[in-house]
Design a protein around this ligand. Structure first.
Ligand code: GLY
Length: 376
């Protein structure tokens, strides 16, 4: 088996010892998936998990490619949307995988956005006490964030992603061609996670994004590839140092504690996509940092100006809702976050663009007062 990168494909390594894997980035990967999986992962028949939207566009090409390489055990199409990430869907999915005769040497292939990657990865983590899986992320958000790093799981009435497992994929195929059919709103929402990498750790990349956001959002091939590769490389480096989020990996949650509260408030509906919540959350994190004198004046304005120019929401009042939550309710919703420890919220704040840090030093009273000012 050759481990040489194929021509025309960019490769990012995620170095995790025996759980190491590659992220391949480039065009035409879905149609070549069978051969690439055989080359990088090895033998095994595939079971594909997708959703109705993505499946209609890409399942036939993927199945054909898998069939002609290692073989296909079957495929299942789940309903599209965040609501699919729940226990009853997981139960059914595990049943489909087992009924298809998937064995320990086989693999689950997740073809879709973050929802499909999360639930298919979790099913792969638990059926037969774990089978290998391959991520084929089809949204920008999934390509730059959720498909890399091994977080898998589902939502429960208590909150988002509260049941799950770390289960690293064996390969990630980020096919940049499939982004051409992604709805513009989802492209923008994924872009928020791209901007996150610049904001949390790479000021030069953020500067590049300020100049090139239009090219990324209109899917100019070289710009999209660079944005995906730089984002994935940053994520891979952080995950390699802190696989199970004992410390540094929490930086990847910049904007997420606020964002998850907004998502909970809008009922995880189409009124606010995850990336949109992250966009508002990152602006709040920078405004809170500025209000506490942690980062220089005008930094937060630079962040929100860029995200607004990219077509993203930047304020709580941008959320489509009849009534905003009051600040106490907002803080209560933030308290559902996984990152609460000893009742203390964890925040990712910033000293400047490209330098985020983790803190548990912000009291609930201070956040409540800050949010009261934001809600107005
Ligand atoms: N999406 C944040 C992480 O993977 O850690």
């Amino acid at each position: 088996m050759s481990n040489e990168p194929s021509p025309g494909i960019e490769v990012v390594d995620v170095d995790l010892g025996e759980r190491s894997y590659k992220v391949l980035i480039g065009g035409g990967l879905v149609g070549r998936a069978g051969a690439l999986i055989a080359q990088y992962v090895g033998k095994g028949r595939a079971f594909v998990v997708t959703d109705a939207n993505v499946g209609a566009q890409h399942l036939a090409a993927l199945s054909q490619s898998l069939e002609s390489a290692g073989g296909l055990r079957g495929a299942v199409t789940l309903p599209a949307g965040e609501a699919t990430k729940r226990f009853d869907q997981l139960t059914e999915l595990c049943g489909y995988i087992l009924d298809a005769g998937v064995e320990r040497g086989d693999l689950v292939v997740a073809l879709g956005g973050g929802v499909i990657g999360d639930i298919a990865g979790f099913a792969a983590a638990i059926v037969r006490r774990g089978v290998r899986f391959v991520q084929i992320p089809t949204s920008l958000l999934a390509q730059v964030d959720s498909s890399v790093g091994g977080k898998t799981g589902i939502n429960t009435p208590q909150g988002k992603n509260l049941v799950g497992a770390f289960h690293q994929p064996s390969l990630v195929l980020a096919d940049t061609d499939v982004l051409s059919t992604l709805p513009d709103r989802e492209m923008r929402a994924g872009y928020a996670e791209v901007a996150k990498y610049g904001l949390l750790g790479d000021a030069a990349f953020y500067g590049w994004l300020e100049d090139n956001a239009g090219h990324v959002l209109t899917r100019r091939d070289d710009a999209v590839r660079y944005a995906v590769r730089r984002s994935v490389a940053m994520k891979a480096a952080i995950v390699a140092r802190d696989e199970t989020e004992q410390g540094e990996r929490a930086l990847l949650n910049l904007g997420h504690t606020f964002g998850h509260a907004l998502e909970a408030w809008t009922g995880y509906s189409q009124r606010l996509l995850h990336g949109e919540g992250v966009s508002i959350g990152m602006c709040l994190a920078y405004r809170l940092s500025e209000a506490r004198g942690i980062c220089p004046p005008q930094t937060a304005a630079r962040v929100s100006a860029h995200l607004k120019a990219a077509g993203l929401p930047t304020r709580i009042s941008d959320v489509d809702a009849e009534t905003p939550p009051d600040s106490d309710e907002f803080v209560r919703l933030m308290g559902q976050d996984k990152k609460v420890r000893d009742g203390q919220l964890t925040f990712i704040l910033a000293r400047q663009i490209g330098e985020a840090f983790i803190t548990r030093e912000i009291s609930k009273d201070d956040v409540t007062a800050f949010l009261a000012g934001e809600i107005g």
